[in-house]
Write a protein that binds this ligand. Structure first.
Ligand code: ADP
Ligand code: MG
Length: 257
């Protein structure tokens, strides 16, 4: 497997804090790669660097062999590299169907407000997008919630909707920051299944930051471990779990916290 996304020598400082230092990693094409590490290890900062939300002070990010280090997030999205975000307040006031139908337009980096006025006519919008939204709701098991406001969904249902939105756009690599956070145990299974199905049936590659080791162990291979802003090791979960350096990194983090 070749690397779909790779980073080399990435560093980013905030004032006196070196959040990420000389970090490198590879996300193999077709993989569900996990990213773990104790609190403050720099995982979220790395995600922001990979998606383009912030720029590194040094280092390189390559996506499909192309240098995207200085490419804006919406342009990375057009290239097929996306990051899911919590649904914003505004999107909470749209229905599940409307959220799905707006996703392809959002990817084009259009201004938000015209989209919200357009949302009212969403039922008469592009028939192809509508058809696709119906299919995607079936895949995500969201059909019964089609007219529910996104803001009224449970934490787990919102995560399913976020994942469903990625099926509305042409993306190849999805960055997920803590998909399991705020998801009740009953929906964890559905969420895990959905990620697996997006990977095996729809060809999406994932990079997932997650604290829930159960989710990591069930989905991710390889697992990359970060500590103190930099790469520690990577490999299959079972190998990582028994690595004394990994255990030490977590214990150290717990003592610091
Ligand atoms: P993780 O997601 O692994 O918990 P973060 O990337 O959030 O780690 O944080 C790494 C370090 O960088 C922490 O010490 C954190 O306090 C610091 N940090 C992150 N973002 C900022 C910021 N915007 N300003 C200042 N310090 C930050
Ligand atoms: Mg974080």
């Amino acid at each position: 497997m070749s690397a779909m996304l790779s980073a080399q020598g990435l560093s980013r400082r905030f004032g006196g804090v070196q959040a990420v230092h000389d970090m490198g990693l590879e996300v193999p094409e077709g993989s569900i790669t996990g990213l773990i590490g104790p609190n403050g290890a720099g995982k979220s900062t790395l995600f922001n660097l990979l998606s383009g939300v912030i720029r590194p002070q040094s280092g390189l990010v390559q996506y499909k062999g192309q240098d995207v280090t200085r490419v804006a997030p919406y342009k990375r999205a057009r290239l097929g590299l996306i990051r899911t975000f919590q649904l914003s307040r505004e999107f909470g006031r749209l229905t599940v169907l409307e959220n799905l139908m707006l996703s392809p337009q959002m990817q084009l980096g259009e201004k938000m407000w015209p989209l919200f006025t357009k949302a009212r006519d969403v039922a008469t919008a592009d028939a192809k997008i509508y058809e696709r939204a119906l299919e995607v709701m079936e895949i995500a098991k969201l059909t019964p919630l089609r007219d529910a406001y996104a803001g009224d969904l449970s934490g787990g249902q919102k995560k399913l909707l976020e994942l469903a939105r990625t099926l509305m756009i042409d993306c190849d690599l999805i960055l997920l920051d803590e998909p399991g956070a705020g998801v009740n145990p009953a929906l964890m299974g559905a969420l895990t299944e959905m990620i697996r199905s997006l990977n095996t049936d729809h060809g999406k590659t994932f990079l997932i930051v997650e604290h829930d080791m159960d989710l990591i162990s069930r989905l991710c291979d390889p697992v990359v471990v970060m500590t103190e802003g930099t790469f520690l090791t990577s490999g299959p979960f079972d190998t990582i779990r028994d690595d004394p350096r990994v255990i030490k990194a977590y214990l150290g983090g717990a003592v610091d916290a």
